[in-house]
Design a protein around this ligand. Structure first.
Ligand code: 13P
Ligand code: SF4
Length: 327
């Protein structure tokens, strides 16, 4: 496929979609024609989730990639998710509709600096959150997601020394819950760090029966007021099974789309971010994925994710270890 050089610079296909195109119908038609599967994370726009074949949290997306029989995977999420899919399925074409969709956690942990950090802690097992680049994963012993991190850390002997990166909040949460003393990399997610404890408490006063659902990437002070802490999939499951009818949702607001679809009779209130940061409970990177970019990405089969073979060879081991340990 010829790739326009101006697209290369932009990181996505900039061509205008022909007027009158039924985007959803065309996207589904191309998926069938090309044997492509669309995977989407819960933080993408509702319209993306609705056109996808599979919507999930980071763990489910990796598990799904490992077993798909499609020839093309279109990952509607952020770059590291596309890399994880490519590492698990090197023979498949993996597309991400906009290469600018990175992640503040992955960016906070460049491989060169992480390597020096790991070297400064000899004898430690290296655990990395899945929100890392392939190059950082290549320096890792076991990858975790927020859905399995506690289980995986608990499966290691109590005396095992651990370096954990890059999310200091998730790492701190696991340390507090397990009594471990993992050495933490100092990274954080720009969305989850910004939730306002005061705002959540005010909302709780106005809705005293509402249960507070918190993602473990949030600050400790926010995690402490949670009724349930967990990955996006865990929070989604909880709101379906719990008898409460109101929930304050302290994670990226894209998840509210699935929660409202799953429980139309319940009320979901997005937790407020700190003052003066309007819209910052939305991940800027996830929201770069639009229906137009998805359409063009399928049409031109670009941008395609490539992972250096040597990096992939190392990274696949720690991802497979995670998949094995989360069975
Ligand atoms: P989960 O979907 O695993 O909860 O992760 C949240 C996240 O920030 C993805 O980037
Ligand atoms: Fe990364 Fe935060 Fe966006 Fe998740 S919400 S993809 S951790 S920047």
């Amino acid at each position: 496929m010829m790739v326009d050089n101006s697209w290369k610079a932009a990181g996505y296909v900039t061509e205008a979609v022909p007027e009158g195109t039924d985007l959803k119908a065309e996207i589904r038609r191309m998926c069938k024609e090309k044997n492509a599967v669309i995977m989407a994370h819960y933080y993408t726009e509702g319209v993306i989730q609705d056109v996808a074949d599979f919507v999930g949290d980071s763990l489910a997306l990796a598990q799904q990639a490992a077993r798909t029989e499609a020839d093309i995977i279109v990952m509607c999420g952020v770059h590291f998710m596309g890399e994880t899919n490519k590492i698990l399925c090197p023979e498949k074409k993996v597309l991400v509709p906009d290469l600018n969709a990175t992640c503040s956690l992955a960016e906070s942990c460049p491989a060169g600096e992480f390597e020096a950090f790991v070297k400064a802690h000899p004898g430690h097992t290296v655990i990395s959150y899945v929100n890392t680049t392939a190059a950082t994963k290549a320096l890792t012993d076991i990858v975790v997601t927020s859905g399995n991190a506690m289980k995986i850390v608990n499966a290691l002997p109590k005396e095992e020394k651990i370096v954990f990166g890059p999310d200091r909040n998730l790492g701190g949460y696991i340390n507090a819950a397990t009594g471990r003393d993992m050495v933490l990399w100092n990274g954080a997610c720009h969305v989850h760090e910004k939730f306002s404890l005061e705002g959540i408490l005010k909302l709780k006063q106005e809705h005293p029966d509402a249960k507070v659902l918190v993602h473990p990437e949030c600050k400790e002070s926010v995690v402490k007021v949670a009724d349930k802490v967990g990955s996006t999939a865990v929070l989604l499951e909880f709101c379906q099974e719990d008898s409460a009818t109101e929930f304050i949702v302290v994670t990226e607001s894209g998840i509210l789309h699935k929660m409202r679809q799953a429980c139309p009779q319940k009320t979901f209130l997005p937790a407020p971010p700190e003052d003066n940061c309007g819209g910052c409970n939305e991940c800027d990177y996830m929201r770069l994925i639009t229906l137009e970019k998805l359409y063009n990405c399928l049409k031109y089969e670009w941008p395609e994710i490539e992972v250096d073979a040597q990096v992939a060879e190392k990274a696949v081991k720690c991802i497979n270890r995670m998949l094995e340990m989360s069975k």
